[in-house]
Design a protein around this ligand. Structure first.
Ligand code: FES
Length: 578
């Protein structure tokens, strides 16, 4: 399949003989470009999520120049388009609120401008699904250029041997130690300069690395590209490769619709499990799949999780970081190791199949990419639990949970807001023990709104002082992929829309059984019916602007939290050129 120059989409803007096309060419020349620069070449958008307040993307302006070099070498014409910056830690209340905003922006940027193909520069958590969802809906040839992980860091504590420390995971560990009085004030201040050593995405197996690996497994990124450290010279070369490759993809009309299938999404789910990936991927995978017209559901992810072991030895499930993973062979080596679980004939951005991309790519370090007979965890990263407390499902990162809590029964301690939770958990007299189940509600897509990462509820201070470091925690929120613990997340439907989580009271018994995939509130049906009859939906506080649009149209976590009017593949007409 080869396009001709006349068939390029950008020709609609530039090639006609009318006054509009004259104006388009005129404005191009206003920028010092020549008319043939846009008439004789495919036009490539470089969608860049760089900003001064997106630390993980601090290098992406330079990388855009590398992409441009590749585009020009291949005979294309690059234009850089800034898109919404979603620096994960900076944006409040949560970047998840704006993932769909970014997706809409990318889709409309690509549709409204004279673009033939796109390179997506992203990587920090929601920027990956956000840009990819938009590009899927726009339907133009697309290649994903990952920001790459930050460099490893080392930390020397109390004269102990230096140890590897990574973003997110160790922040939480040190915080717990600080709360328990085992890290001194000056040491805590000094730790601010540790764990985030360079530009690049979190170097643990958090949401960023999970999502970029998933996009590579989907076939939308060059093989091995997503684990290259952000500050490695190979990263700039990879960016140039993306620029060169997208031009060929435009001529070949290699669109996401030709790459994304149910098979490629199940491959991506297998990678999430084998990487010990973030629970957030459950939401984003479903959202991306439904943009592509693939009916992926939580049960599909659970089925994959039940048979694909965790092989990547990465925090928080293991004890290494993404830089180590890259040196060990990166994703192609991991994919080759789990090839029996994959659909290998799926097409990728290389124009070749997944099978062709990974053949011969072996692990160079079996401590980092474990062999099948020595996994980090025999079952995958994720289990989906259902029951009267979560009729539409909830997720749990089994590989980062304490084995003793995989089958558990305990009394609920319920919080209606994070403020209440934080106040109670700081109370040294709080009535609880390590078997207590902490419950947070009103933290879902509509209730918060935006489903923040509040699901790693803090261990009460009184228990930290007694040495407790894990408890069962249940919420309709999400949890950072860098965190760990026995947390049950994404309870659907959420409490704010009347899900059963709204009916739980402090002192109720809750039972979970990961092997049986159950999550039950042990309160009889008659009592639950009484509570439901008395329940009132929380007042909506967001009555205007984007947040109003969000709460009116966001779907539940088990449906991907996309907007109801953006799911599916219904084509949007090309804009008229008048
Ligand atoms: Fe950007 Fe973690 S904060 S990837």
């Amino acid at each position: 399949m080869t396009k001709t120059l006349e068939e390029l989409r950008s020709r609609r803007w530039f090639a006609a003989g009318d006054m509009r096309a004259f104006a388009h060419r005129q404005r191009i020349q206003q920028m010092g470009l020549r008319r043939q620069d846009v008439l004789d070449r495919p036009i490539v958008a470089i969608v860049n999520t760089w900003s001064d307040l997106s630390p993980c993307h601090a290098h992406l302006r330079e990388r855009a120049e590398s992409v441009k070099r590749g585009v020009l070498i291949a005979g294309g014409m690059p234009f850089e388009l800034p898109a919404m910056s979603l620096g994960e830690v900076m944006v409040k209340p949560t970047t998840m609120l704006y993932r769909n905003f970014l997706a809409m922006e990318v889709e409309e940027l690509l549709r409204s401008l004279p673009i033939d193909g796109v390179v997506l520069l992203a990587g920090c958590d929601k920027t990956t699904p956000g840009t990819v969802m938009g590009a899927i809906s726009a339907g133009l040839p697309t290649i994903f250029c990952s920001a790459g992980p930050m460099l490893n860091d080392r930390y020397l504590q109390h004269g102990e041997p230096a140890r590897t420390v990574g973003a997110g995971t160790h922040t939480r560990m040190f915080w717990d130690e600080y709360q328990a009085g085992r890290v001194a004030e000056d040491e805590w201040v000094g730790l601010e300069a540790k764990m985030t050593r360079s530009p690049g995405t979190c170097n643990t197996m958090g949401t960023a690395s999970t999502m970029t690996a998933i996009v590579e497994a989907l076939g939308l990124a060059l093989p091995g590209s997503t684990a290259i450290p952000a500050m490695d010279s190979a990263h700039a070369r990879m960016a140039a490769d993306c620029g060169e490759r997208i031009v060929r993809m435009i001529w070949d009309d290699l669109t996401p619709a030709r790459i994304l299938t149910r098979g490629s999404f199940l491959n991506a789910a297998a990678v999430q499990m084998a990487m010990g990936g973030s629970t957030n991927a459950a939401v984003h995978l479903i959202a991306m799949a439904r943009r592509a017209g693939v009916a992926l559901a939580l049960d599909d992810l659970d089925a994959v999780g039940a048979c694909v072991p965790v092989l990547a030895n990465l925090f928080p499930s293991g004890d290494r970081l993404m830089e180590d993973f890259h040196y060990a062979g990166g994703l192609p080596a991991l994919l080759n190791r789990i090839r029996d679980h994959l659909s290998l004939d799926e097409l990728t951005v290389t124009g070749r199949t997944l099978r062709e991309n990974i053949t011969g790519r072996e692990s160079l370090d079996d401590e980092v990419i474990r062999p099948l007979d020595r996994p980090i965890s025999t079952s995958g990263a994720l289990a989906v639990l259902k029951g009267n407390l979560a009729p539409d499902g909830a997720v749990m990162k089994v590989s980062a949970a304490s084995p003793r809590f995989l089958r558990h029964r305990g009394r609920a301690l319920v919080f209606d807001s994070p403020a209440e939770m934080n106040t109670c958990c700081a109370d040294p007299e709080l009535d609880c023990d390590e078997d207590t189940i902490l419950v947070l509600r009103n933290a879902g897509p509509v209730g918060a709104p935006g489903m923040p990462e509040w699901g790693g509820l803090p261990i009460p201070k009184t228990l930290l002082a007694r040495g407790v470091r894990d408890m069962v925690r249940i919420s309709d929120a999400r949890m950072s992929g860098t965190h760990y613990g026995s947390c049950i997340l994404h309870v659907s439907p959420e409490s704010a829309v009347g899900g059963p989580l709204a009916l739980v009271r402090t002192g109720d018994e809750i039972a979970l059984d990961v092997d049986a995939r159950t999550l039950e509130l042990l309160v009889d049906d008659a009592e639950l019916a009484r509570r439901r009859a008395a329940w009132q939906a929380p007042a909506r506080r967001h009555l205007r602007g984007y947040t109003r649009l969000y709460v009116d149209h966001v779907t539940q976590a088990n449906d991907g939290c996309d907007f109801d009017f953006l799911q599916g593949t219904e084509p949007t007409p090309e804009p008229p050129i008048f």
